[in-house]
Design a binder for this molecule. Sequence first.
Ligand code: ADP
Ligand code: MG
Length: 299
Amino acid sequence: MIKRQKYGDEIAKAEILIEALPYIKKFSGATVVIKYGGNAMIDCQIKKMVMQDIVLLKYVGLNPVIVHGGGPDINKMLESLNIESKFVNGLRVTDEKTMEVVEMVLTGKINKEIVSLINEIGGKAIGISGKDGKLLVAEKDTANGDIGYVGKIEEVNIDVIKMMLDKGFIPVIAPCAVGKDGKTYNVNADTAAGKIAEALKAEKFILLTDVEGILSDVNDKSSVISRIDLDAAKELMTTGKITGGMIPKLKCCIQAVENGVKRAHIIDGRLTHSLLLEIFTDEGIGTMIGKECFDDDNL
Ligand code: ADP
Ligand code: MG
């Protein structure tokens, strides 16, 4: 007991590590695709903590793959260049000039900021866009009429990611795609991350965003749906309760789980260490989407 008093704090820390042991064992070697959302990466402190979590995941044996967004930064840059932002059904109307700015901000600014932060913390990150190694090949998306260089992903070539994972790197991916016509296309980051998770047959696909999870009532923060199976998720899409940016999120989670990803999670990226809470605790946080869901199956 003397020992316990003297080392009380340290023992508490050791116990926390031991609690994580079953999860570390289970997920060692597993691939986790993390979508880091535009709106959840505004706060610098939080951004650094998210990257610390990701570096920790790597050091305990998981293989994190990051796909990032960048909406707010893109809007700011377009505004400073006096280019108007127009949206149709939540999709940015992307003419040639806008596409240039989108690519510049995503691949030049945000991607390299994330890479620098990870490297500074002690991880080894490589930043690429969906154009590198033809990771993402798109066709013009005409579902909403002609809205310019908005792409629909037709092909995913994951060799370039595998190469990086094999050598111990953390891939950081900007959601730009190469078109079959050789042009550059803007693709929704959630959709891109989901397709990459599918192609990698990821154990987990985690979307960090700026809301607690999927809410059954968008005005009530306490209405988070903590677990939902595929059938119920599809049903939920038809209720009108899912709007705006949550539409592509839930859609790509459903598709990812249908195509072999074990679990998809929509969690609050603004919450300190949300990734660790989700992966290494019994409760988990946010919303989990699985083929089937059981009360006790975060492990
Ligand atoms: P990100 O930048 O992470 O992609 P988005 O703004 O595109 O974030 O999508 C998240 C937003 O979706 C939330 O901030 C919220 O306003 C909206 N949303 C719509 N329906 C729901 C819902 N049922 N539950 C939670 N959020 C919802
Ligand atoms: Mg979004």
